[in-house]
Structure formats: C-alpha cells, structure tokens
Design a protein around this ligand. Structure first.
Ligand SMILES: [Zn+2]
Length: 365
C-alpha cells in the first residue's frame, strides 16, 4: 500500500517538470493559444468599475425580471456614480429603500443600492410604458423619471403627451426648483447622458437568408475594425445570460466543447485549452452548406451546449444557451464564420461578416 502511494508521488514528481515546461510553452506561444477576437464586448465607455458590477447586476436583474435591461442599468450606474462608492445607483432617496435613511448617499451597501435602483428603474419603465430594451423614446421618459422622481412621468403625460424633450425636462426642472425653493432640481439632459452609453449599441444587423440565433438581442460588438484590438472577427450579440441559441440554418454539428465553467469567463481564460479554439469557452461549430459553399460557423462562450458532434440539425433548432465561458468579459454570443476552413478562428482566411448572412426578420418563434 505504502509502495503504491510512494510510486504515485514519484509519478506526480516526474510530471511536475512536464507541466512546468508546458506552462512556459504557453507563455512563449501565448498568442497562438488564445482567441484574440473577443477581448471586450461591452461598450468601451462604461468604466471598469461599472463593468465589475455586470455579473451582480445581471443576477439581481433576473430576480426582478429585468434581464433585458442589464445594459441600461449599467448605463444608469455609469451616469449616477461611475460605479464608485457604497450607493452606485444613487438610490438612497427612492421609495424602495426601506433599510437606510432616505438621504443622499445614506445606503452603505452597493449590492443593496443596485437592488433598490433596479426596482426603481423597473417602476419607471412600467410607468413610461416601455415595451422593450429598444423602445428608446419611452426609455428616455423612464430615465428622466428615475432622475427627477416619479411625479415627472405623470406630469409629462399631462403636459407634453408623454413625449420626452429637453424643453419638457427643463420646464419640469424649473417648476420643481421654484416649488422646492432650490437653486436647481434634477438634471434635464439626464436621459441623453445615459443614452450616450446605452446607444453605443446598434440595434440591427443583417439582410441575409439565415435566421438570427437569438430571439431578442442587441448587438454588443459589430464585425470589423474596432479601436480596442484592431479587428473583430465575429459578431457579438446578447439576449441575456441563458438565452436559447437557435441554428441559423440546416447544418451538421461539426465540433463542440462543453466543459468550461458556464459563467466563469474572464480575460485570459483560454478554456478549452487544447485546440484551435482555445478561449472560445463552450462552443458549437456548425458546418453549413450554402449556395455551393461550405461554411463553418462557430458560436462561442455558451453556458450550455445541447447538441452532439455529427448530429444533423434543422434551421431553428436549439443548439445551446448564451453564457460567459472562456475568454469573455461578460455574457454574450460571439458568432464567427469562415468559408472552407474549420480551424481559421481569429484569422482572415475565408472570413465572412456574419451580418451578411443573418437576417433580422423572421426570428424563430
Ligand atoms: Zn466577439
């Protein structure tokens, strides 16, 4: 028995130099191991401090059925505090704060501040009849409601047919300042300030024949040149963590990987380490025959993979769920397409802009 243990220790000891040398090899050839195309998928304008709250915001947003507004919540936080302090959503004075005095900065717990802020924002979105994350006109009404207090939304309905304008918010601000005897009340351009961060997202892609792989989504990073890392080889969409991903066309499941931590992404997480797609996290690579072409489409950073290699699948079939695995800064779906090359990730070989294939309309039901 002891001998067995000893021999195991010896084997382990012999393995140590091997593991170490592999490690150095990875450092030396680090560039070829990593998927470089996916470094930052959120707007650059959000501060790192705000980004650091993304996962927590997502969790709390899901609890309050606000998951489609995660990016809006983060944009509000950016304008309110830049993510600093114990009350990053500046929600102390709001009616949903029941734990701390309702004075500015009275909240001493950032997580509580986020929860109260989300409840307040949800209430404002409801009052402003916001239909979805891209209902910008109503979202602006809700945002000014968040800034001024909810009396604003009713007032706007009665005085300006519920339509947001700088003229209207300035009028409300002056009226309230006079009423309260203050020098100033609220911030009339507040909604525009938040939209500066939020509307960095473009809302549409596609005029092609493939269906979109997500039902409701925003584009978090377009294909093509970008300032951050020179060039983005794919298209990033987000429909929220766990959103189902649909096959854009009939296809064969060419490769999958599904052993990375579903929500454990970070820059420098090269899972799965072993192949051409290191850093892709849990992924599905589809082989699609299209107009005499053979396309390889890869869907990265998933939380779950629901198909097996070799499986033939139909357009609209669920292949996985959006996640935050591998070399990723936040939950999103990276789609990358190469013609006639299944191992050309992060290169220009046969590279195709996914938005040329995908269509916005006729999303899966
Ligand atoms: Zn990407």
């Amino acid at each position: 028995m002891l001998m067995k243990v000893m021999s195991r220790i010896l084997i382990l000891a012999a393995l140590v130099p091997l593991i170490l040398s592999l490690f150095f090899l990875m450092i030396i050839f680090g560039g070829s191991f990593e998927v470089k195309n996916d470094m930052i998928d959120q707007p650059a304008a959000l501060s790192p401090l705000v980004e650091s709250y993304r996962i927590k915001v997502q969790e709390i947003a899901e609890k309050h059925e606000m998951e489609e507004y995660v990016d809006l919540i983060l944009s509000v936080m950016q304008v309110e505090s830049g993510g600093a302090g114990n009350d990053p959503m500046q929600s102390s004075e709001c009616q949903f704060n029941t734990k701390y005095p309702r004075n500015p900065n009275a909240i001493m717990d950032p997580i509580y501040s986020i929860e109260v802020g989300i409840m307040n924002l949800k209430d404002c979105l409801n009052q402003a009849n916001v239909k979805s994350f891209d209902d910008i006109e109503h979202i602006k009404v809700a945002l000014s409601g968040y800034n001024f207090g909810n009396g604003f939304i009713e007032w706007l309905k009665q005085n300006h047919e519920g339509k947001w304008s700088l003229e209207a918010t300035t009028a409300f601000s002056s009226m309230m300042a006079e009423k309260m005897g203050w020098a100033a009340y609220g911030d009339p351009p507040y909604a525009n300030k938040v939209m500066n961060y939020y509307s960095q997202y473009t809302f549409i892609v596609g005029d092609g024949e493939f269906i979109m792989p997500l039902k409701d989504y925003i584009v978090t990073s377009a294909f093509g040149p970008r300032s951050l890392d020179g060039f983005h080889y794919g298209l990033d969409l987000s429909g929220g963590y766990g959103a189902l991903i649909y096959a854009p066309n009939d296809a064969k499941v060419y490769r999958i990987s599904k052993h990375c931590a579903p929500n454990g992404g970070f820059l420098g997480n090269y899972c799965p380490l072993y192949n051409f797609a290191s850093g892709a996290g849990n992924y599905v690579q589809l082989e699609v025959k299209f107009k005499d072409k053979l396309l390889y489409m890869i869907f990265m950073h998933m939380s779950d993979v629901f198909v097996e290699e070799g499986q033939l699948i139909k357009k609209g079939q669920v292949i996985g769920a959006q996640g935050h695995s591998g070399n990723s800064t936040g939950s999103h779906l990276h789609i990358e397409v190469h013609e006639n090359c299944d191992q050309c990730i992060s290169t220009e070989n046969g590279l195709i802009d996914p938005s040329k294939l995908l269509q916005e309309k006729e999303q899966p039901k």
